[in-house]
Design a protein around this ligand. Structure first.
Ligand code: RIB
Ligand code: CA
Length: 323
């Protein structure tokens, strides 16, 4: 088993077979989205999902919400789904149909959901849930619009939030939607700025981490095609690979959102470092870039940034959840 030790806090001890994991109670804010769908499968297996909120991101809000409802039925997740923001706090509304397909789940066509959203007011649900269940962790897998609205409309809730683990940004300032910006942050940089400047304990799982956890069709081939969840996962992996494939061929693709869920359920597989992270709001070339201060300054860190992961164990955990 790999041994990963980061030189600063939150190092990973020598890998030993991971003990059974307690199912941590979580809320999930997401924009399904192919990798969000895979992440919900991982969360369904390893966490105790108390509620799901949807946000516009990969595809418009009506699709992310419809997909969340359909995925809950596929996974037999009996949790409330609350619809959230239909667009960013500021700036242009960007989507990613070229990566996730027109309705957000690639070639996976789930039956129309029979369940309805609990409310179309994600912010009120989040606020009430945190006040009633202090210490709950939120896993944010899309643009941070709902989270920013929650903190702006209910500032006192920050002390009730156990922590936010978000998939977004990059420790090295690289991007996937532009050369310098990752999609979730680029889609709503003003929202990210509000969250980064809050007092909530934050964990960033950025592209520098998720591009270490690569999977594709070959991993799907090991799944049981007769199982409806595995069959859906196979289709999602195939779609993801082929939608991202470039002229240079088809290759394994980064498990962005599943990695963020594992950072909560399997924290022992990850190495974090405390850092001060800011987001660029202006630059023509750099709007949405996460700027991670690596200087050994006295500047107070505002989050833990994931740098290291036990790749084999992470992929094994994801595969186990998809089967
Ligand atoms: O940059 C990857 C992130 O943007 C993932 O959360 C993906 O689902 C998209 O939302
Ligand atoms: Ca997402």
């Amino acid at each position: 088993m790999a041994r990963i030790v980061s030189k600063e806090c939150c190092s990973i001890a020598a890998m030993k077979p991971s003990a059974p994991h307690d199912r941590i109670p979580v809320l999930i804010d997401c924009d399904p989205g192919i990798d969000d769908a895979l992440a919900l499968m991982v969360a369904a297996k390893y966490t105790a999902i108390a509620g799901i909120t949807t946000v516009a991101g990969n595809v418009p809000i009506e699709h992310t919400t419809n997909n969340a409802l359909s995925l809950c039925e596929l996974l037999d997740l009996r949790v409330p789904v609350h619809q959230g923001a239909a667009g960013p706090l500021g700036g242009d509304h960007v989507t990613a149909e070229h990566v996730h397909g027109d309705t957000g789940l690639g070639n996976l066509h789930l039956s129309q959901p029979t369940t309805q959203i609990r409310t179309d007011d994600a912010v009120t649900f989040l606020n009430q849930h945190f006040l009633r269940n202090p210490g709950t962790r939120l896993i944010a897998l899309g643009p941070l619009t709902n989270v920013a609205l929650l903190l702006r409309q209910h500032p006192q809730v920050a002390e009730y939030i156990g922590g936010i683990t978000f998939m977004g940004g990059s420790a090295f300032g690289s991007g996937n939607v532009t050369a310098s910006a990752e999609f979730n942050i680029f889609a709503d940089p003003e929202a990210a700025d509000i969250v980064f400047k809050s007092t909530v304990p934050l964990e960033m799982v950025g592209l520098n981490l998720t591009h270490q956890v690569l999977m594709g069709e070959r991993h799907g081939a090991l799944l049981d095609k007769t199982n409806p969840i595995s069959s859906a996962a196979i289709t999602l992996l195939q779609s993801y690979q082929h939608l991202i494939a470039s002229g240079s061929g088809v290759f394994d693709v980064p498990m962005h959102d599943p990695s963020a869920v594992l950072a909560v359920s399997h924290r022992e597989l990850f190495g974090f470092k405390s850092r001060h992270v800011m987001v660029e709001l202006q630059g023509d070339l750099t709007r949405g870039q996460t700027v991670v201060d690596e200087r050994r300054t006295t500047r107070e860190a505002n989050m833990d940034v994931a740098y290291d992961v036990d790749i084999d164990s992470a992929i094994t955990a994801i595969q186990s959840a998809l089967s």
